[in-house]
Write a protein that binds this ligand. Structure first.
Ligand code: HEM
Length: 138
């Protein structure tokens, strides 16, 4: 999927409270609707508005959740960054957990693995029981 590529000077045209863009890790973000929600406050975002804010963003030590939030505001890619990289990291953080959830769901809901789990529990118990019975009773 092709994404729109922006230059830093194009981003610099969007630095007001009503239209606020910035770039982080090669992604161009429209954070206008996030200004009021940002836990670190509107002011720090406004200071970074219209610029590449990667350094500031990383220096704060934002959480994984904050890194994932970035995807919600993505409007394009900063010129000079590879598209594949951003696509891959996008897929990795959004699709992998979903897949894991699905697997857990299938195991819980399927009768066969439950039966297998019971066997896995009782067979070693039976073997150990037989061994001790043989050792102490015979
Ligand atoms: C779209 C971009 C951004 C997102 C999605 C975002 C998200 C967040 C979130 C979720 C938090 C809560 C703490 C955490 O989970 O790490 C936070 C805190 C904070 N952010 Fe951001 N942030 C962004 C950009 C920035 C930028 C560019 C700066 C600095 C120029 C900044 C400065 C801060 C500060 C100072 C805090 C408070 C840290 C604290 O109280 O310990 N953020 N941000």
């Amino acid at each position: 999927m092709a994404e729109k590529i922006y230059t830093l000077s194009q981003i610099a045209e969007h630095k007001s409270k009503k239209d606020c863009w910035l770039a982080i890790n090669g992604r161009v973000l429209n954070v206008t609707r996030f200004l009021e929600e940002h836990p670190g406050g509107e002011e720090v975002l406004m200071e970074a508005a219209g610029k590449d804010a990667t350094k500031q963003f990383e220096e704060i030590g934002h959480s994984k959740a904050a890194h994932e939030l970035l995807f919600n505001y993505r409007v394009g890619v900063l010129q000079g960054y590879k598209l594949e990289d951003t696509e891959t990291s996008n897929n990795a953080s959004f699709q992998e957990p979903k897949k894991k959830e699905m697997e857990a769901f299938v195991v819980k809901d399927n009768g066969v693995p439950k039966y297998a789990a019971l066997l896995e529990f009782f067979v070693p118990l039976l073997v150990a029981g037989s061994y001790f019975a043989y050792r102490y009773l015979a």
